[in-house]
Ligand binder design. Structure first.
Ligand SMILES: [Fe+2]
Length: 187
């Protein structure tokens, strides 16, 4: 996947800097991951769809794959904020995450398929459990384990989403813990 190794906080819009401050306040409370993700989602929601939130460069797509723009990585590694830009049809692999995660749809819509890993200790397969449509303005918050999913832009227009992770994505390059290439029962 494409990653952006550089994080230049000076290009953040004023509104995005305000959002980073709101997230910092929540994360700094040191609450459990599920609660932190829920509260971060509450802070993120009012900004989705707002003008002057992202610069033009932060909404640029990649014709080859969905594109990740790292907007902010907190110096202490406690959270990061990225914008993901999807052309129609672009999707992630089936994956889970290194930390709690909050995703909000800023523009367009995203489609998510959630999976459960069924294993007998020797072999494993994935069972699709839920399809979730994420229209503009929607927020999803979750924390490992049990966070296996695939996200795609199934719409006909550009999609842009904002993701907050409880980890330093600027350093790691990705929020993905594991990509699953197991047989998938699509149900
Ligand atoms: Fe994900």
């Amino acid at each position: 996947m494409t990653t952006s190794a550089t994080v230049d906080a000076t290009v953040l819009t004023e509104r995005m800097r305000a959002l980073v401050g709101e997230i910092r306040e929540v994360v700094g409370r040191g609450l459990p991951p599920e609660l932190t993700a829920y509260l971060v989602g509450e802070r993120l929601a009012p900004h989705l769809g707002a003008g002057r939130l992202l610069t033009a460069a932060q909404q640029e797509a990649d014709p080859e794959r969905y594109r990740q723009h790292v907007l902010h990585a907190e110096p202490d590694g406690s959270f990061s904020l990225v914008a993901l830009v999807w052309l129609p049809g672009q999707c992630t692999p089936i994956h889970d995450h290194v930390s709690w995660c909050v995703a909000g749809v800023h523009q367009g819509q995203e489609s998510e398929r959630r999976y459960r890993l069924v294993s007998d200790g020797r072999t494993g397969r994935l069972v699709a459990t839920e399809d979730v449509l994420g229209p503009q303005g929607s927020v999803a918050a979750f924390a490992p384990p049990g966070d296996i999913h695939q996200v795609r832009n199934a719409g006909t227009t550009l999609a842009v989403s904002l993701h907050v992770y409880g980890a330093d994505v600027g350093r790691l390059g990705t929020s993905i813990r594991r990509v699953y290439r197991l047989p998938a029962d699509e149900g």
